[in-house]
Design a protein around this ligand. Sequence first.
Ligand SMILES: [Ca+2]
Ligand SMILES: [Ca+2]
Length: 264
Amino acid sequence: MKALLEQQASSPSCINSLSLINCCRHPQGFTLMEVAIVLVIVGLLSGGGITILSSQLELRRVRQTKVLLDEVREALIGFAVSQGRLPRPATSATVGAENPVACTSEALCTGFIPWSTLGVAKLDGFDKIIRYSVTPAFAGGGTGTALIDLSTSVATKTVQTRDGAGALTYQAGQLLCSMTSQCMPAVIFSHGKKNYGTGENGNVMADNSATNSDEDTNDSASFNFISRTPSNNTTFPGGEFDDLIIWLSPNILFNRMVAAGKLP
Ligand SMILES: [Ca+2]
Ligand SMILES: [Ca+2]
């Protein structure tokens, strides 16, 4: 064996090339099969690494979005405490001041968060403008200046979810909203990574699914939204889902406004 190694190490091909180790390990260097196996292993390792990295990045974006949505909700409460009402949605995808025109319907009171009026981030963790839907009577009403009135203002937004069988059930609010059974004054949401959304410059992102009916609902909803745990299941009722939805509780809003002397 020692003689063989000495013979290989002293051969011209070993001395004159950088493949000394290859040469000494195996008289013919690596076989094609060995190289192929190494390439497959390297490919598997790097592919797995990229998958782990991208899923961690996605988790980070989801967490970042949840934090931003919570901040928006706090900013909405702060606005109501100082102004006596909630703000209207942004003027447009590029103008972040609340729309100066009174929003007289649920649909007109649904759009983007008024990020510059609230002083919050415009975009969620997926670089999509954060969405916002507010009850008209809580956002200035028909005049645009009406204050929230505990004796007349009925919050109108609801959020449904799906039970294990896929049936819709109310998670916030209920079928009929009234003075004694308030629904939610506002809903704040992100379209998540996939399907729908509007980018910073107003570029509208596509809906690439024919089965995501709950995401379809959220994109066009004006008062009844859907919140579910994320799912890739295209055959479950409502289809795949990755939207992130939170809402403003009327009790928390009223409590904070009463504490600040903005409501009797
Ligand atoms: Ca989505
Ligand atoms: Ca769709």
